[in-house]
Design a protein around this ligand. Structure first.
Ligand code: WQD
Length: 340
């Protein structure tokens, strides 16, 4: 059977690069497209080294409909995985139009071409759509809550765009994967997260503090109603997360979907507190982290973790890597970046 081709928009970024590696390993042809607005070529070069292939790379912006049309005309694309979007929660509050225009327009263009060509669409959504949940763990049937940021709103809106297009156009199928908190790096330390400026997310802030780029980690709040007072999240290893995409693409392309539009939670199902994560990081990497307790960060939810059983049943996927392995990989990547 001919190899199927998967387009990865935003394929040079943190999640896109890991997904590309796993798609290639699973036997798909991968086309990467990225506008390099929030990354450089480090991860693309790493992907080529890991796969041993110079994978096709198109530098383009998905807000440019002509460029998207050209891409879909140049390649016979069976499925597209859409990552190309802005993702800084705080920036989206400060400049909502930047987020609404970019994140919606790019996805509308992809849907337009998916409809024209009859192509499957996998959308990278987020646990942010659940807001502060009433019940834990959250399942795919848990209600979506109003988001506290324009970034979160774009995730909800794009889910709805995909749902409506699938229901109206019989030649499109769609899956939304709702990621919990992706962390860690590829075990080769050739690809990983490359935050620009001061990291907003916990694990890059921890690794940068450990390497000496940041003086001290602030733990945002220790008075939450959780066992140790710090927030709880469902931290999912980036390679495990990437493998979920391969399962989802196979489900779409092998005609296994039970409905035209499906949603899956991608997480471990295990809550971990900020303090537990910090302590595990110290232990597994045999170091001491400089940290202090700071006030709560506005907008943070107390706790969120998922019920991943639907993904296990339907996608045949579940997280396999331990928190220890993941936090060791994050540290190995930081050291590699620092040349240590
Ligand atoms: C995790 C925990 C913080 C930094 C966000 C987005 C979500 C998403 C992933 C994105 C929280 C605490 C953090 C620090 C800390 N998707 N923390 N000190 O907020 O769960 O999710 O990133 O693309 O949409 O909202 O992740 O890593 O920022 O925070 O104490 O310096 O770590 O308070 O409890 P979050 P995070």
């Amino acid at each position: 059977m001919a190899k199927k081709t998967v387009l990865v928009s935003g394929g040079a970024g943190y999640i896109g690069s890991h997904v590309t590696v796993e798609l290639d390993a699973a036997g798909y042809d991968v086309v990467i497209a990225d506008n390099f607005s929030n990354c450089d070529h480090t991860n693309y070069n790493g992907v080529c080294e890991i796969t041993g292939k110079k994978l096709p790379l198109i530098t383009m912006d998905f807000c440019d409909l002509d460029a998207v049309r050209k891409l879909f005309n140049d390649y016979s694309i069976d499925a597209v995985i859409h990552f190309a979007a802005f993702k800084a929660v705080g920036e989206s509050v400060a400049d909502p139009l930047k987020y609404y225009v970019n994140n919606l327009e790019s996805f509308l263009n992809i849907l337009t071409l998916a409809r024209e060509k009859g192509c499957n669409v996998l959308f990278s959504s987020s646990a942010t759509v659940y807001g502060e949940p009433d019940e834990l763990p959250v399942s795919e049937r848990s209600p979506r809550k109003p988001c506290t940021s324009p970034y979160g709103n774009t995730k909800q809106m794009c889910e709805d765009l995909l749902r409506d297009c699938v229901s109206a156009y019989p030649n499109i199928k769609g899956i939304a994967l709702r990621y919990f908190n992706p962390i860690g790096a590829h075990p080769s330390a050739l690809i990983g997260e490359l935050p620009r400026g001061v990291p907003q997310n916990l694990v890059p802030f921890i690794t940068q503090t450990a390497i000496g780029k940041r003086e001290c980690l602030s733990i945002f709040g220790d008075d939450y109603p959780t066992p140790d007072g710090t927030c709880q999240r469902d931290y999912i290893d980036i390679v495990d997360l990437a493998k979920a995409h391969v399962c989802a693409v196979a489900r779409m392309l092998d005609g296994k979907m039970e409905e035209g539009y499906e949603i899956f939670n991608i997480g471990t199902g295990r809550p971990l507190s900020v303090m537990e994560l910090v302590t595990t990081f110290e232990k597994v990497n045999d170091l001491k982290l400089n940290y202090k307790i700071a006030p709560r960060r506005p907008g943070d939810v107390t706790a969120v973790w998922c019920d991943p059983s639907l993904s296990e049943q339907k996608l045949g996927w579940k997280a396999t890597r331990t928190t220890e392995q993941t936090l060791a990989s994050a540290w190995a990547w930081e050291k590699k970046l620092a040349g240590k």
